[in-house]
Design a protein around this ligand. Structure first.
Ligand code: BGC
Length: 738
């Protein structure tokens, strides 16, 4: 529809109809079932509110979308279609690895293609807006939601944020693009002590420098929507935070799309204690230019009284309504209120072989080999007795918490993939993922996430069989991990090790004398110190998605030389959290050349400061050596660049992929600077014994930060440049900015 026509339509709307556009209700209201993460109270809304409601939460399925839309339009006076929004985060029916795994690919271009597939599948089944990508910076492994994010680093996460939005929205190719809503704006990953929904508080400098860039990258890539986060920012919850929403997002960044709250977040302003009641809460949110109230009756029941009492201007409602109508119009809903969804088309589209192949390709790159003592990997397809043990070995639900619609029919489990390689496989689950799941709580109406818990004889038989297999095998693959509900929303833990029954089983299996290859399924950086001695090899598989088992076997047998590199630091133990490579300089560094005696430096008495497995880390079957790090000049001016060149040599007989990482350290600043910051990376293919010359450009822009006067600028001075295969294994040189 032409914009003038859309204006005419809006001019015909009553105030209640306009407010209706600002209200999002969930499936229960439309008799389609509910999928809730928040308060389950009765909403307290009238039929009129339902009839005017602008959008629907988490209702998907082509037939259902047709039905709900038809019923709605029949009752709607002005026939303004509903907008259907869902959480389609890292896969629809075909599931890709969790975003923490996607981060480990260091390959945003690949992920852009994945997100096109996700969009295509979802749109055929009624998706119009997806609440993705989530790009909160994650540095605290206690937080359950680490799995949803691409990692701990602002630069790397920004590259993914951009690619994900571009993939979803796919240049608005008809039937192949979905509107993207970046979340959770802002800073949610920094919840204190990793506890879900807890306070976030930090300096504005740090917030802008480290936490805001990925959201900004998503906005710059054109994402249509932004979701507010549950947490506080400078003691004001994001959802009522005018500075964050209006001053930064809209005015500074120029975002004129739709802002939606997270689940019931306006009402939660009362819980936060910044509003006395829903009336006050609604006032704070609308004044912050928050457009859509997800799943409460705050806006529906309180915006009109606020206007009538002269507390807010009607212009705010008009502006929000206009933004929402513009989005509906952009999606073409006035012409096709179903956005092209069609059950038959969905059936033909979802889980097509080429989509599963792409999931396989991505998962290959996402797997991270953490340990490989005595080259126990790759395994041999013949001449080696290989057993399979573990509760994740034959589990089709290897999707993680936020792939709610993934089609388990297509999952390639480890067992299935291993049988494809070896014919028959000796297998036992060996133990439960967890013996007691009572602490986990439920998630909406999805019982399958809970899993089956074995007890008594059945459990004992599983263990006995596992140990028998171990005794008879040269090597066993142990598919172990966290319970799906131990991570994800509401999944904070203070014990970030593998569940106890699994640790015990690994110990017993190792005691049989067999070689142990642990494959991990988990949604956070785990503390693996406990199992390190007993595992000869450890492969981090995250929740790998539909093609997971196939990729795992590709890597285990060397059909794919592992190339994944961590985008999050794995701690020695939980006491190190929050942990990240780009720590700030301290007055008493723990370096060998410190002037302080060894006690009075920044350190722990019991573990190193550094990660057990650092950011950027991952093993491969080839061995690479970095040398000849050369700059074309060691003097830079504000308008010149420096050319960095390094040789990367494959010193093995195996071809492989190196992720060459560039870091910079600003040695002296007007404020304290990080000891390392990632500034670039390149994935390069190396043939056996080949040397490849890799180059980067350093620009003045890469050296900017929020200086003492809070200007985003570079400062003259000395810088160190580091290049290497991970954040702890680097060679360096230096230059001066004039
Ligand atoms: C989560 C969001 C999600 C929303 C809608 C909330 O509980 O925090 O990430 O998009 O629910 O399902």
């Amino acid at each position: 529809m032409q914009e003038a026509k859309l204006r005419e339509l809006m001019d015909q709307m009553t105030l209640q109809e306009k407010i209706g556009q600002l209200v999002q209700l969930s499936g229960d209201v439309f008799n389609t079932g509910d999928l809730s993460t928040g308060p389950q109270e009765k909403l307290g809304i009238t039929q009129e509110v339902v009839d005017n409601c602008g959008s629907v939460l988490n209702v998907i399925g082509a037939d259902t979308v047709h039905k709900v839309q038809d019923q709605y339009l029949q009752r709607s006076r002005l026939k303004i279609p509903l907008l259907f929004m869902s959480d389609i985060i890292y896969g629809y029916k075909t599931v890709f690895p969790i975003p923490m795994g996607l981060g480990a690919t260091w390959n945003p271009d690949l992920i852009r293609e994945d997100y096109k597939i996700i969009a295509e599948e979802a749109v055929t089944d009624g998706g119009m807006v997806t609440f993705s990508p989530a790009v909160d910076i994650v540095r605290d492994a206690r937080w359950g939601r680490c799995l949803e994010m691409p990692g701990e680093d602002p630069y790397l996460s920004s590259c993914f944020a951009k690619a994900m939005v571009e993939g979803f929205q796919n240049n608005w190719e008809k039937g192949k693009s979905i509107a993207s809503c970046v979340k959770h704006y802002a800073g949610y990953g920094a919840v204190e002590a990793g506890r879900e929904y807890n306070t976030v508080d930090m300096s504005e400098r740090r917030f802008r420098q480290e936490y805001l860039p990925p959201y900004k990258a998503a906005v710059d890539a054109g994402c249509e929507m932004v979701m507010t986060s549950f947490n506080t920012v400078d003691m004001m919850p994001a959802t009522g935070n005018k500075w964050l929403m209006d001053d930064v997002l809209r005015k500074e960044w120029g975002f004129d799309g739709v802002i939606i709250t997270d689940y019931a977040a306006i009402q939660e302003l009362i819980g936060h204690g910044v509003a006395k009641d829903k009336y006050e809460a609604s006032k704070l949110a609308i004044q912050a230019t928050v457009d859509i109230d997800m799943k409460t009756n705050c806006y529906s029941n309180h915006l009109q009284p606020l206007i009538e009492n002269g507390e807010i201007s009607e212009d705010l409602i008009n502006e929000s309504c206009w933004r929402i109508l513009k989005l509906k119009n952009k999606l073409g809903l006035f012409e096709d209120p179903y956005f092209g969804c069609d059950a038959k088309l969905c059936e033909q589209t979802c889980c097509k072989p080429e989509f599963i192949e792409q999931a396989n390709k991505t998962c290959n790159e996402a797997l991270v080999l953490l340990k490989n003592d005595n080259d126990v990997l790759p395994l041999k397809k013949t001449g080696q007795k290989i057993g399979l043990i573990g509760p994740y070995a034959d589990n089709p639900g290897i999707f993680g918490m936020w792939a709610l619609h993934g089609d388990r029919k297509y999952t390639i489990t480890v067992k299935k993939a291993l049988e494809d390689v070896l014919g028959t496989v000796e297998y036992s689950a060996g133990c439960n993922v967890l013996d007691d799941t009572s602490c986990l709580g439920g998630f909406g109406n999805i019982p399958s996430l809970a899993g089956v818990i074995k007890t008594g004889d059945e459990l004992a038989e599983d263990e006995a069989k596992a140990l028998e297999i171990a005794k008879n095998s040269d090597v066993v693959i142990m598919a172990m991990g966290e319970h799906i509900l131990q991570s994800g929303e509401g999944g904070a833990r203070t014990d970030i090790t593998l569940p106890e029954p699994q640790k015990q089983l690994i110990r017993k299996v190792k005691a049989t004398g067999t070689e142990v290859v642990v494959v991990l399924f988990n949604g956070r950086p785990l503390a693996l110190t406990d199992i390190l001695e007993d595992a000869d090899a450890i492969l981090e598989a995250w929740y790998p998605g539909t093609a997971g088992g196939k990729s795992i076997c590709n890597v285990l047998f060397g059909d794919y030389n592992p190339s994944g590199r961590l985008s999050v630091s794995f701690p020695h133990n939980v006491g190190q959290c929050p942990l990240y490579y780009s720590q700030y300089s301290t007055g008493r560094p723990s370096s060998p050349d410190s002037v302080h005696n060894t006690r009075f430096v920044t350190h722990y008495l019991d573990v190193p400061n550094e990660a057990l497995f650092p950011f950027g880390y991952g093993l491969s079957y080839h061995k690479a050596r970095y040398s000849n790090l050369v700059l074309d000049t060691d003097k830079m001016s504000k308008d010149s660049t420096i050319h960095v060149s390094v040789d990367v040599t494959n010193e093995s007989d195996v071809a492989g992929i190196e992720t060459v990482q560039l870091y910079i350290r600003d040695l002296v600043g007007s404020v304290v600077r990080p000891i390392l910051e990632l500034k670039g990376f390149k994935k390069v293919q190396l043939q056996p014994h080949e040397t490849v010359n890799v180059s980067f450009e350093i620009t003045e822009e890469m050296l900017r930060f929020y200086t003492r006067s809070m200007k985003y600028e570079s400062e003259p001075g000395d810088f160190k440049v580091f290049v290497g295969c991970n954040s702890m294994n680097l060679i360096s040189t230096s230059f001066t900015l004039k």
